[in-house]
Design a binder for this molecule. Sequence first.
Ligand code: ZN
Ligand code: ZN
Length: 346
Amino acid sequence: MRAARLTAWRAPLEIASVPDPEPPAGGVVLRVLACGVCRSDWHAWIGADPVPLPFTLGHEYSGEVVAVGTGVTRWKPGDRVVAPFILACGRCPSCAAGEQTTCADQAVPGFTLPGAYAEFVAVPFADANLTALPEALDPALAAAFGCRVTTAWHALTGRAGLRPGEWLAVFGCGGIGLAAAMLGRAMGARVVVIDVVEEKLRHALAHGAEAAVDASRGQAHEAVREITGGGAHVAIEALGIPATAAAALKSLRKLGRMVQVGMPSGDHVTQALPWDAVYSGQLAIYGTRGMPAWRYPALFDFLTASRLDLSPLIARRIGLSGASAELAAFDGPAAPGVAVITDFAA
Ligand SMILES: [Zn+2]
Ligand SMILES: [Zn+2]
C-alpha cells in the first residue's frame, strides 16, 4: 500500500510502498477514507513528541473495515467507522470506570503504532473503540471526530461542564479551537475567540463566535474581561504555548474554569502559571486529552438535535503527497480550517 512516512525530523514525508497491515487479534484493518493533518502530527514531525523512524503518522481518521482479526464480535468488512485517537484496551480498571482516555494500555495509531497517512491502517481493540459512522456524515468531516471535534467536545462537556448562557473564551482558532467555538455556541454559550490571525478570527465570527480579540494587539485577557463583563466562565487553551495558557487563566471571572487542550511542548512544559489569578479567582484548571469512545452517541445526538453543521471546519481536501506542506504550515500561524487527506493515490 501507499503510505506517507516520516524518515527524518522536519523532512518532507516519503511516499513509500509498504506491506499492507494484518488485523491484530481483537482488531481490524480499515481502508482509510480520510485522515486529518493535525497539530499533534506536527509535534511528532519536528521531533518534539518523537516516534521511531521511519514512521507513518496520522491519528485522526475514518475508514471502512476490510479485514477482521480473531475475537472481534461487533464489526465486519464493509462497516464504515470512526475511532477516537486514544484506543483504550476496554478491560482495565480505567476503562471499566469509563475513563478510557486514561487507559494505561492504550494504543495510538500515528504515535505508538503506524498511523493513517496510508491506504490502510490496523486498529487494535476494535470492539471497545470503533463507532459506526452516521450515514449523513461526510467521511472527511468524520476524520475530525478522531481528534479535534471530540477533544473539543470532551473539554467543554466532560471537563469544564459548560452551561448555556456562560461566556466561553477560546484561545487559538485552529481545528480544535474552531470546533470548540462552534460546539460552545450550539450549546447556548456566548463565545469570544482569540487568535493572532485576522482571517481565522473572521472565520470563527462567521461560525458561532460573537466577539473576537486579535492577540497581536496587546493584552488579550483584558479585552476578554471587558467583552464578557468581568471575565469568561470557561476558557479553552487550544494552542499549547505559554502566552495563551497564561492569558486564558487571566481572562476568567471568579470561579472560572480553564481547560488545557493544546499539547504543551518546549518552554511550556516548565512554564510558571499566574498563580495569583488562580488563587484570587479561585479558579479550576483541567487538563484534557481525547474523548472516551462511549461518548460518541451523545455527540452525534447533540449534532442532530442542534442541527450544527461542522463542515466549515474542513478547509482543504488534499492528496497523500500534500501532507508534508500542511505539516510545515504549522510552523507559523496557519490558515483557517483543517486539511484532510482524502485521495490516497495522489
Ligand atoms: Zn490530533
Ligand atoms: Zn484500558
